[in-house]
Design a protein around this ligand. Structure first.
Ligand code: GCU
Length: 422
């Protein structure tokens, strides 16, 4: 860089910073959370304070959804008109007779050579019309259990153990079973439906040439393009579309779950698709439940540079602006209100910043309270393994970035409380 370029760069940064400070201090109403100033979830962009549930529903919620679609996640299409389903497996003696296993290919445009995803579904045999938990998986459907009948993924996969030439091998069967305790979930009376994230959109910066985005060219090459996290969230809604056609499932009681980057997607799916009556975000971190305004852990710069495909083009303009952003993730969590949401952290998961995840959930509390619910009871970051459970729930457990039995025990009792029919 020559001197003029450096000077220009410096001036640009300075003016962005001043603009940010101006917005933060003057124009945008603030809400203070643990001493940190955040943009107020309950004030409209025109400065009007939201004081009724009706105003929230009719004015603020749509305003926030439009904002996040434009500036962060990008636009998403609706349900594809020509979608077809093919149930290619239906075995009532799965997992030692505990469950019925179904596998379904979803052809998004009805074409067998078009974009498609495979749903792996286990339904408890002793429950008629079972409530369900849906979530995407990291390493292919075959990774969630050693069940030999699970179809081996043939989609592109990042290089992890057992992946050769970006394709899964038998060595990946059951590798994520610890994160998917199917028996425990089924024993509690819930069906489980999962899809490999890469069926919907492969997790690399490919210019959106290999995911479902190819079906929607009109949503590409624009600032608010249909990006990867939004595509995964869209895929979660498409699983629910299928479940609505399956009589064995109580499709009005389907919770959406996700871990880490897939927890970011679960939150956005819950925020935008009100058919999900309960949402679980396990260590979703930056772009999930974590507040960007809090110091520590991943921020916009790492998200935008290491994972540029996750969020839309417009999101890049906020790079490095974490502490002065005109929005933050408490607003996304608030979009789920009054539906129950569980946000969970792990103490050593510093990249996700557990405390900032807690305050993300807590800062959504005013919206839950406005809508007449219990919100999040804890007023301070709780001690380890002491869940705080209201209509917003939160826990931080010892250990690192993972999904453990401890996490699932909390989620299932949360679901028993809020999801099951009385
Ligand atoms: C990376 C990334 C996180 C993400 C995580 C995961 O660590 O920085 O944002 O949540 O991967 O998905 O496991």
């Amino acid at each position: 860089m020559n001197l003029t370029a450096i000077q220009n760069n410096y001036l640009l940064r300075l003016s962005l910073m001043l603009l940010g400070l101006l917005l933060a201090n003057n124009t945008i109403a603030q809400q203070i959370v643990n001493g940190i100033s955040l943009p107020d979830v309950l004030t409209l962009n025109n400065g009007t304070k939201i004081t009724t549930a009706k105003q929230w529903k009719i004015e603020r919620r749509p305003e926030l959804i439009a904002f996040f679609k434009k500036e962060m996640y990008g636009q998403s299409p609706g349900k594809p008109a020509g979608v077809t389903y093919k149930v290619f497996d239906n075995d009532s003696k799965a997992l030692g007779g505990k469950a019925t296993r179904k596998q379904i290919t979803v052809y998004f445009n009805g074409k067998q050579d078009g974009p498609q995803m495979d749903i792996l579904l286990y339904i408890p045999n002793n429950v008629k019309h079972a409530p369900a938990i849906v979530g995407l998986n990291f390493d292919g459907n075959q990774s969630v259990n050693i069940d030999l009948a699970i179809k081996m993924s043939t989609s592109w996969m990042d290089k992890t153990k057992g992946v050769v030439n970006n394709r899964a091998t038998e060595a990946t069967r059951g590798i994520d079973a610890g994160q998917w305790p199917l028996e425990m979930i089924l024993d509690k009376g819930y069906a489980v439906a999962t899809v490999y994230r890469g069926d919907i959109d492969p997790d690399f910066d490919d210019g959106f040439k290999n995911g479902v985005q190819v079906l929607y060219p009109e949503l590409q090459n624009r600032g608010d393009n249909f990006a990867t996290v939004a595509a995964w969230a869209w895929g979660l809604s498409r699983i629910l579309d299928y479940l609505e056609t399956d009589k064995a499932i109580d499709s009005k009681h389907v919770a959406v779950f996700g871990f880490s980057r897939l927890g970011k997607a679960a939150l956005w799916a819950g925020a935008t698709d009100e058919r999900f009556p309960l949402v679980i975000s396990n260590e979703s971190g930056a772009g999930g439940a974590k507040l960007f305004h809090f110091k520590g852990g991943e921020g916009t710069t790492r998200l935008d540079t290491k994972f540029p495909h996750w969020f839309c083009g417009n999101f890049k303009k906020y790079m490095g602006q974490d502490s002065i952003l005109p929005f933050d993730q408490h607003m996304v969590i608030s979009l789920i209100a009054p539906r129950p949401v569980y946000v969970a952290s792990a103490k050593d998961d510093t990249n996700s910043n557990p405390e900032a995840e807690f305050w993300g959930a807590k800062a959504a509390d005013p919206v839950y309270r406005l809508l007449g619910t219990s919100g999040l009871p804890a007023n301070q970051w709780p001690a380890l393994s002491e869940p705080s459970v209201g209509r917003i729930a939160y826990h931080v457990r010892p250990g690192g970035h993972n999904v453990t039995d401890y996490d699932w025990i909390q989620y299932l009792s949360f679901a028993d409380k809020y999801l099951k029919k009385p």
